[in-house]
Design a protein around this ligand. Structure first.
Ligand code: HEM
Length: 417
């Protein structure tokens, strides 16, 4: 059996902080290998990259999620008892609950709500000197997803809930204040979401049958029991939080259009070019750097031994920029998607594998539809200009965001629907 290339340092946590999104790919390059072993937070961890690694990582016979997520991520991003840490039949059953929300009609409803909110915001932006788009889009998405999910949101609450949902996304990779903001936000948001679930269960809040809050409040587990209040709260937040997270992709969409304005014309003219464009934005820009699992039962892969219980992380960012899968991976080229064959293991910004069987993100279609609404506004329904600003992105800040949060000025409504 071959020895997995090992990092000759006692612990690589500092190097992870230093290299951020590029941590795994740089080391893989150094060791000329898709896999290497190191210690992160003092724990032995195998890091992997590439399509073949992704294929093996999403094999449910070899990997499990229980016990894989570090506490700091549970206390901010994920919460406890949610779908992310489940395995086997129980996971499949819970996952089905999320997938039942993702019908084409339901996704269309959400993207229409986003468009309505965006339309209303333009009126406000028209009289503002300058607009920090990231802050505005988070609020648009928070309002839209709450309405869609059957969650009442008083005007006076919008800012607080938007801030809490965003703080959970912003905090897992941070230290100090940014991290603690995320922990406090999670505690408050779980309390809020738990109260809402109880209101539905006690019939004090009427929610449409197909709304997310109703589906989660009345979901029964494999023992035919309703979910615990706290777990139901975590799952409701698993719908609200990541939809607000899509604000980052909206900003990346705006950045890509700003940097490569030649695509605006093609998006306006060619039907389905918007699809290629948003796919390339998801491939090219950084969001979650990697996902973690544990070896369920020892196995051998490419001659390497994977012992039971070992933590393994798969590089999402590095796989999306792997030169063996993507020609000139560091160039932004939406055309590459024109001839692409469907593949569940190469374009993995939101995880890979099967939506129902694996932990792949159930919100991928929602995310892409939100990005397409944004593209329509950027290219057809509003005029704006992008003043001089610092659009650089620090790849050691996870999740990444441009320094200026993308400022626009001179907003005008164009071609109202
Ligand atoms: C900004 C856009 C988004 C990004 C970058 C993103 C990314 C991801 C990633 C990387 C995973 C983990 C995959 C894995 O563990 O193998 C995931 C899982 C998940 N996502 Fe998303 N996501 C986004 C939007 C959404 C939306 C809009 C929803 C719901 C409406 C959603 C709900 C979930 C849930 C519930 C899971 C856990 C699935 C499971 O464990 O089976 N996400 N997402």
């Amino acid at each position: 059996m071959r020895q997995i290339p090992a990092d000759n340092v006692p612990d690589s946590t500092l190097s992870l902080l230093f290299d951020g999104y590029e941590f795994i790919s740089k080391k893989c390059q150094k060791y000329q290998s898709d896999v290497f072993e190191t210690r992160l937070m003092l724990k032995k961890t195998i890091c992997m990259l590439g399509q073949e690694a992704c294929q093996v990582f999403y094999n449910n016979d070899l990997f499990q999620r229980e016990g894989a997520t570090p506490g700091r991520i549970q206390r901010t991003l994920f919460g406890q008892g949610g779908v992310q840490g489940m395995d086997g039949t129980a996971h499949r059953w819970r996952k089905q609950m999320f997938m039942s929300m993702m019908t084409p009609e339901s996704i269309k409803q959400l993207s229409d709500l986003v468009a309505d909110q965006w339309d209303a915001s333009i009126r406000k932006w028209e009289i503002m000197d300058s607009v920090v788009l990231f802050e505005e889009i988070k609020e648009i998405l928070c309002r839209a997803v709450c309405t869609w999910a059957g969650v009442p949101l008083a005007e006076s609450e919008v800012k607080q809930r938007t801030d809490e949902l965003s703080a959970m996304i912003d905090s897992p990779g941070a230290a100090g204040l940014r991290h603690w903001r995320g922990r406090i936000a999670r505690q408050r948001a779980e309390e809020w979401a738990g109260d809402l679930i109880e209101l539905v269960r006690f019939r004090n809040l009427e929610a449409p049958a197909e709304s997310a809050i109703n589906i989660i409040a009345w979901h029964r587990d494999l023992e035919n029991e309703l979910l615990d209040r706290q777990i139901a709260a975590v799952e409701l937040l698993n719908v609200l939080r990541p939809t607000v997270a899509a604000a980052r992709y909206v900003i990346f969409t705006a950045m890509a259009l700003h940097r490569y304005p030649e695509y605006g014309q093609r998006i306006r003219k060619e039907k389905s070019y918007d699809e290629f464009f948003v796919q390339e934005v998801r491939r090219y820009y950084p969001f979650f750097p990697f996902v973690a699992a544990r070896v369920k039962k020892e196995f051998e892969w490419k001659g390497y031994f994977f012992p039971t219980g070992r933590r393994v992380i798969l590089d999402l960012y590095g796989t999306n920029r792997d030169a063996r899968l993507w020609e000139s991976p560091d160039e932004f080229r939406p055309d590459r998607f024109e001839m692409r064959e469907e593949n569940a293991f190469d374009l993995i910004p939101q995880g890979g594998g099967d939506f129902y069987e694996n932990h792949r993100c159930p919100g991928e279609w929602i995310t892409m539809e939100i990005m397409k609404v944004a593209l329509r506004f950027f290219t057809e329904n509003m005029e704006y200009y992008v003043p001089e600003q610092d659009l650089s992105m620090d790849l050691t800040r996870v999740p990444a965001i441009p320094e200026s949060r993308f400022v626009i000025e001179g907003v005008h409504r164009k071609n109202p629907a």
